[in-house]
Ligand binder design. Sequence first.
Ligand SMILES: Cc1cc2nc3c(=O)[nH]c(=O)nc-3n(C[C@H](O)[C@H](O)[C@H](O)COP(=O)(O)OP(=O)(O)OC[C@H]3O[C@@H](n4cnc5c(N)ncnc54)[C@H](O)[C@@H]3O)c2cc1C
Length: 195
Amino acid sequence: MGAPVERTRIRRLPDKAVRERDALHAVLDAGMLAHVAFVHDGQPYAVPVAYGRDGDSVLLHGSTGSRLFRLLAGGAPCCFSVTLLDGLILARSAFEASMRYRSAMVLGTCGVVSDQVPALRLISEHLVPGRWDVIRPPSSKELAATLVLRLPLAEWSLKVSDGWPETGPEDEGWSPPVGVIPIRTVLDDFVAGEA
Ligand SMILES: Cc1cc2nc3c(=O)[nH]c(=O)nc-3n(C[C@H](O)[C@H](O)[C@H](O)COP(=O)(O)OP(=O)(O)OC[C@H]3O[C@@H](n4cnc5c(N)ncnc54)[C@H](O)[C@@H]3O)c2cc1C
């Protein structure tokens, strides 16, 4: 179990909070896309990135020319989030319409990873297992243009919504279909091609 830290204690609908670290790992392992939020010159930005989990941290990689990666490498605090959308909850009312989801949020600062190749391999294997062994490895010039960052899974929250639509007395007389439209992510068949 991860210790709830005040900043990551779920206040709104706390019954949806999950504190098991294994559950956090499972969500991070199931996702492929993260959003990393940071503040620059007073303006918040949320940037989508690929990632991979390495034990109790996540690894990110990007260009040395990327503002996001330069700021994070310099110690800027960030908020890393991964959301898996599992369904649309269709209720009798607009107010109770909702979503099923598993949503992870990690706060912290990143460290720069000097041993880049194993980290890049881990990210690649997370996205397409087996791919690293058949592709050209990065050259020293490509590595010099790449920043690899590690964010510890130290301060985190996980919120899971897996319920059904709620109905109240005020919904009497309204009888639309109620239930859930499940959503799943499917990796389709490979399509060969080259630019
Ligand atoms: C796919 C999806 C759709 C959503 N749609 C809506 C919507 O339309 N309207 C709406 O009001 N809310 C929606 N939510 C819930 C929303 O993400 C917030 O949890 C909610 O709005 C409460 O925000 P808050 O800042 O008051 O949370 P608080 O509970 O005050 O946040 C305190 C701490 O709890 C943690 N936390 C809060 N939310 C999340 C989360 N989603 N995942 C992980 N950790 C979290 C963070 O660590 C945060 O610092 C949605 C969530 C998901 C995943």
